[in-house]
Design a protein around this ligand. Sequence first.
Ligand SMILES: Nc1ncnc2c1ncn2[C@@H]1O[C@H](COP(=O)(O)OP(=O)(O)OP(=O)(O)O)[C@@H](O)[C@H]1O
Ligand SMILES: [Mg+2]
Length: 504
Amino acid sequence: MFSKVNSMGAYGLETFMVSVECDITVGKQNFNIVGLPDNAVNEAKLRVRSAVKNCGYSYPNQAITVNLAPADMRKEGALYDLPMLISLLIATRQLENTFDDAAFIGELSLSGEVRAVSGVLPMVIMARNAGITRVFLPADNIAEASVVRDMEFYPVPDVTTLLAYFRGANIIEPITSEIIIYDNEPKYPDFSDVKGQQAAKRALEVAAAGGHNILLIGPPGSGKSMLAKRLPSILPDMTFEESLETTMIYSVAGELPTNVSLIRNRPFRTPHHSISSAGLSGGGSIPKPGELSLAHNGVLFLDEFPEFGRHITEALRQPIEDGVITIARVAGTLTYPCSVMLVCAMNPCPCGFLGHPTKKCTCSDRQRENYKSRVSGPLLDRLDIHIEVPATEYEKLSDTSIPESSKEVRERVNKARQIQLERLKGTGITSNAKMTPAQTKELCKLTEKAEAKFKLAFERLGLSGRAYDKILRLSRTIADLDGADMIDVKHISEALQYRSLDRQ
Ligand SMILES: Nc1ncnc2c1ncn2[C@@H]1O[C@H](COP(=O)(O)OP(=O)(O)OP(=O)(O)O)[C@@H](O)[C@H]1O
Ligand SMILES: [Mg+2]
């Protein structure tokens, strides 16, 4: 007999309905799966067979063919175990098919437990649009799915419980979207731990407010890593859309904690400099999101920036500019969003003391050149803010007064971001840093005096066209922090200060 149940599939963030068809024919006992399955899907045969037997059902002594349609989309992972089992039980008349409006996903253990799968959130959103109203899915994926409205989600702990429910022997309480669980507010280290460094703190505040990329340059021990690690504590709140986008990426990557429906805190990713290109951009036969995409709508922090190989920094160029990364594989190309704020920290030279007020730099010219050449020029050009982080003086370090806390800074950042959201409504972007050249031109209006100041500085410093737009966007953010409509002289002056590499 023939049967068909609904399931879903994902290729990166691209999702589609899958129908799991099962046909039992007289013949030698065997089990074939067709429809572009990968290895994990193929192994489903063994899991399904064991689960059927171990849950007290009979496994047919005949030829079983399962087709995963549409046949031209690759099927990956173990999520088809559960729909295959249901389809098999229907085809062998051990279960009645009342599932036209339902979909199934879940990996099976040999004993019939149902295990969590990745990519649930984007798949469920797609299924709702395709007219599915009920989804039977692993109990551990419930939090993630419950974000989606107007659907019923049945948490399935194991096959025995599910089949007993279909016989009317017990109840599985469906969950609807009323229950949304957020990730908890993590405890970030606080800005009040950092003494002095007013200029660097202010630069980080501006960067956070407008989502600007930033480079911190300074001698060893001056507090670069310390400052950068405190950045998450002042990042602005996420909008609901941003949360949803980031959550989908974590869902596809299989990195969403089981009890979290929505990621509400901006990601802060700190890959080590030994990371591979695949780790950064995304990898696997059907590529999963890499660090770049996992930082989407948040921060990618590259500490000890020159230690990252050139191939890594070069690979960052395009995605940082475009906000999306395209990965090409034999299986096809995949695109993930990666709208990130890039934060880099480095020493000015190999020994770290170039330009230090008291210590002497011991590097040769050649060493310095070498060091510089390790940092990709074009990538540096994409950083909006370059700020020097000098060693803190004794008086400041020994000062016992407590500096401003992250909470106060964050309030200002949130206010400035709110102004941007209002101004950028309907444009699809949420921060000044992401404005296109046309938007920059339209939305960054200078006062007459500011215009004159900018012209003078531009000619004196010999700035590039890219720097021109960057300074305008930066000064827009500084004016937003100030609550000013027009960009004034003090805003443009401060923005010009954040271009220390242009001045050298
Ligand atoms: N301004 C400061 N206020 C308080 N502590 C500080 C300050 N600057 C540095 N420190 C102390 O020095 C330690 C080293 O700082 P950090 O690791 O941030 O230096 P770094 O600039 O990243 O150096 P490197 O270039 O070697 O990586 C910090 O953990 C902190 O204890
Ligand atoms: Mg450091």
